[in-house]
Design a protein around this ligand. Sequence first.
Ligand code: HSE
Length: 311
Amino acid sequence: MNKSFIKVSAPATISNVGCGFDVMGFATNIISDEVTIALSNRKGLSIKKISGDGNKLPYNVETNTCTKAILSVLKSLKLNLGLEVTISKKIGFGSGLGSSAASAVAGAFAINELLGRPFTKYELLNFAIEGERIASQATHADNVAPCLFGGFILIRSYNPIDLIELEPPKNLFCTVIHPQIEIKTSEARKILGRTIPLKAGVAQWGNVGALVAGILSKDINLIGRSVQDEVAEPKRAALIPRYYEIKNAALESGANGCNISGSGPAIFAFSKNENTAWQIGKAMKKVIEKEKIKSKIYVSRINKNGPRVIG
Ligand code: HSE
């Protein structure tokens, strides 16, 4: 080990992308979590400080998503080092923007860099999934994978894990509204039930295929037509005040597709240029303001980089 300290950032992600429940997601440039790991004389792994979480995240290294991912890496290398972790949360807790995934990825990525990269990114994925599982109480990689690899990712299979990186059009802009309310992914998964009607399945896999075709052929109109969801949106819409009104406002302002980001409450909309993307954001904000709910608006292209060493 030639460094005694490392600081990394890992980006917010948008998962599901409408039709791709648990199998699609992309990285954004809007905000990133930051994690620092420093060598310490004290034995074992500990958390020195967590900021930006409103005191909601645990300091127990076994139940914190970030340190759980770090522990998984250390365990597989049979290492017991003295390490202190500092976590700076920028991505809202329960926002639908891959907050827990970003912390898990940042942790796994940071320890791997500090140790001189014993693992490939592909190998790191499982450690990050271990961390993420604590928050969502389920195994899903549609935030973790795009956070770690950057870009737009399709998960063809979980067992064995098989990721396909798709190259989105350069002029694909994404507007995000983050209403300042919290939705727990674990709760938002419980309301989905375990089965879907055949008719919903038919519509869903038609859209999944078309969304992939739209990305590969750089056809933003086709991408927009395919950002539809028969599985999660009909049930989760009720968790987000005025969801369908917000979606309509986005579509009327020129959005090519709009849907819930992950398990919400954030909502994303695609468009073809930055100006339209901001107009969409304004229109969405106007609707949520009727509920006296504060919100943040972001505009981003798809982030191709994933996590970065920043110190
Ligand atoms: N695919 C997951 C879900 C993402 O929708 O439950 C959670 O952020």
